[in-house]
Ligand binder design. Structure first.
Ligand code: C2E
Ligand code: MG
Ligand code: MG
Ligand code: MG
Length: 282
């Protein structure tokens, strides 16, 4: 009886929703299922130094949807964040990335892996314990793990976030501010957080060679990084012109289609390592 009432309630709920909301509802239950069904895939995109040597890779999740094909994270990460599924999804990504770090060939090469973290994950009370658990289970070296956070992670629950970041940083994990320059955070936050790296958003990189305003912003970000002694990654480097613009500005790391697109981690790592001296093609 209670079951029937529940079913009626669901029917009512569904018919009251618009078509768009229904589509979201469907996608959300499919995503819930996708994690256990093995439909998620870990892609890696290379980060290279000035000599095009591979030094790190960013982990980027993909969803091989059984009917819609491969879905980019822009479609399902926001949904995962709103529904709370991001916690399970984020654990899955972190566990996979740590599994790769623990591989003997990867460890020997000294490759670092960067993982995107959502504010919802940080907000979990047991967040630090979950990370410790994954590190212990996989045997990954925390000093080769990076966590990418956006400026948004700092805006809410600043004190709590700083406490958790500090605990993880004490394990050797490095923190990177993703899409730097697009958020609204005060530069004063940067000094209070245990961060090691800034990633300049691709929006600035792409027009910098021809647009004096973007060029000035890139220079300003590089100056901030120099003063705070932070490593810098330029993301979205697509052309030789952009790379040359950046190279003229000194020591930084490059990530973008010019050096390599995100590719399925499985198999790709072997290819990178087999190429020797960690030099990706390009
Ligand atoms: P992001 O962390 O800023 O990642 C960089 C995005 O730029 C990636 O898109 C990458 O494929 C793309 N990209 C790389 N090089 C170039 C380039 O040269 N030109 C252009 N135009 N784009 C480039 P992707 O893989 O679609 O990821 C989009 C966003 O989804 C990521 O932005 C990140 O915020 C989020 N995301 C991806 N994987 C995860 C994850 O495991 N967890 C969480 N929480 N978020 C994730
Ligand atoms: Mg990122
Ligand atoms: Mg980014
Ligand atoms: Mg982005």
């Amino acid at each position: 009886q209670a079951k029937a009432a529940g079913r009626d309630a669901v029917c009512f709920f569904k018919s009251a929703m618009g078509a768009q909301a229904r589509a979201r509802f469907t996608l959300e239950s499919e995503l819930r299922h996708a994690i256990d069904a093995g439909e998620l895939a870990l892609f890696l995109q290379p980060q290279v130094d000035g000599e095009r040597r591979l030094v790190a890779a960013e982990a980027l999740v993909r969803w091989h949807h059984p009917r819609r094909g491969t879905m980019p994270p822009g479609v399902f990460i926001p949904l995962a964040e709103e529904s709370g599924l991001i916690v399970a999804l984020g654990d899955w990504v972190l566990r996979r990335a740590c599994g790769l770090l623990a591989r003997e060939d990867v460890a020997r090469a000294g490759l670092r892996i960067a993982v995107n973290m959502s504010p919802r994950q940080f907000a979990q009370e047991d967040f630090v314990a979950r990370v410790r658990r994954i590190l212990a289970d996989t045997g990954a070296d925390p000093t080769r793990l990076l966590m990418e956070v956006t400026e948004g992670v700092m805006l809410d629950r600043l004190a709590d976030t700083i406490a958790k970041m500090s605990e993880l940083a004490a394990l050797g994990i490095h923190f990177s501010i993703d899409d730097f320059g697009t958020g609204y955070s005060s530069l004063a936050y940067l000094k209070r957080l245990p961060i090691h790296e800034l990633k300049i958003d691709k929006a600035f990189i792409q027009d910098a060679p021809g647009d004096p305003n973007d060029a000035a912003l890139v220079d300003a970000i590089l100056a901030v990084a120099r003063h705070l002694n932070l490593r810098v990654v330029a993301e979205g480097v697509e052309t030789e012109e952009q790379a040359a613009f950046l190279r003229a500005r000194g020591h930084l790391l490059y990530q973008g289609y010019l050096f390599g697109s995100p590719l399925e981690a499985e198999g790709q790592i072997e290819r990178w390592l087999a190429e020797g001296a960690l030099r990706p093609a390009g």
